[in-house]
Write a protein that binds this ligand. Structure first.
Ligand SMILES: CC(C)(COP(=O)(O)OP(=O)(O)OC[C@H]1O[C@@H](n2cnc3c(N)ncnc32)[C@H](O)[C@@H]1OP(=O)(O)O)[C@@H](O)C(=O)NCCC(=O)NCCSC(=O)C[C@H](O)C(=O)O
Ligand SMILES: [Mg+2]
Length: 285
């Protein structure tokens, strides 16, 4: 599956059962929306949520935001019906929770055809099988489910997320090795901007493409954290210019701000500028 080139800085969960939130999302500054039929929807509302969501997606108005539907697991009483209904809604991708192995994705692909698939990575088995899951031909992105993972690992919450680091690292390695997108887990305390900032900065430093969010109040922090800063953009431009000047002078290495710049650093600099362009064209739409 070719890598998504569009920004995925902010990926907002919206309960499929909440018409007001589905309406509001048409105006929110998120790069992608996960329309949720799983944990955010009560068992009593599972069937009606499908209908509410189908109507919302038929009405449209979500603009350039990527539209992903999270269905219930195929081992639940709702999963297969969700999968068929979701495929009919023509989303940009379908997200399967609690993926344990590539066989889970294969079972979904048999139901929904060639729609791009996303995988919730949120169980110990998923961490151990991450390379095989990432290699599934239809997989476009991994999404960390840090609540379920913390539950299964019986960890305590820590601002540094030390107990989750092994799992986060394994999934990052797997996703990067297959050149697919990977989105960090949610920050539950949606009124704690400072805590969210720390977690977004950590996720960005680790190489995640963006963060999943649960409330509109979290959008600005995530969008800023996963956008290249002005300083990063300036440095990228100076690195490219210095390297090109060095090359013109027959050198393979330049020096900027006391640090060497080689072709691999220039590749990163070009990616930074391409990301800025992609963000600019997204916000212009
Ligand atoms: C957390 C909430 C229950 C809070 O809801 P509420 O009390 O209604 O919030 P506010 O009154 O502050 O809402 C203000 C307005 O914003 C709209 N709103 C709220 N949340 C959303 C949203 N997610 N998307 C779009 N719009 C939203 C309200 O409608 C208000 O609008 P207005 O009337 O115009 O003022 C609630 O935010 C919520 O339900 N969030 C989503 C929770 C969710 O999706 N959970 C499941 C995903 S997390 C997960 O499962 C991760 C993973 O699987 C794991 O294991 O880690
Ligand atoms: Mg979960």
């Amino acid at each position: 599956m070719t890598k998504l080139t569009r920004p995925l800085r902010s990926v907002l969960y919206i309960p499929g059962s909440k018409p007001r939130a589905l309406e509001k999302a048409r105006t929110l500054a998120c790069d992608a929306i996960i329309f949720d039929l799983e944990d955010a929807v009560t068992p009593e509302e599972k069937a009606s949520a499908r209908d509410i969501l189908a109507e919302a997606l038929k009405t449209g108005g979500y603009g350039a935001r990527l539209r992903i539907i999270r269905i219930n697991g195929l081992d639940t009483e709702w999963g297969a019906d969700d999968a068929r209904a979701a495929a009919g809604m023509k989303p940009d991708a379908i997200l399967l929770p609690k993926v344990g192995s590539p066989a889970d994705l294969e079972a979904l692909a048999e139901l929904v055809g060639d729609i791009p698939l996303w995988a919730m990575m949120e169980t110990p088995a998923a961490m151990l099988n991450a390379p095989a899951i990432a290699a599934h031909r239809q997989l476009q992105a991994m999404v960390m489910g840090t609540n379920d993972l913390a539950k299964d690992l019986q960890t305590r919450f820590r601002p540094d997320r030390l107990p989750l680091m092994a799992g986060l690292g394994l999934c990052l390695l797997a996703a990067k090795s297959q050149n697919i997108a990977i989105i960090d887990g949610v920050y539950n305390a949606f009124k704690d901007d400072a805590g969210l900032q720390v977690e977004c900065d950590q996720g960005r430093d680790m190489g995640f493409d963006g963060k999943t969010l649960i409330h509109p109040a979290q959008l600005d922090v995530a969008n800023a954290a996963f956008s290249p800063s002005q300083d990063e953009a300036d440095l990228a431009r100076r690195q490219i210019a210095a390297y090109e000047a060095a090359q013109a002078g027959g050198q393979g290495v330049a020096v900027v701000d006391g640090r060497i710049v080689e072709n691999l650093h220039v590749a990163t600099a070009r990616e930074t500028l391409a990301k800025l362009d992609a963000i600019a064209s997204l916000t212009a739409e």
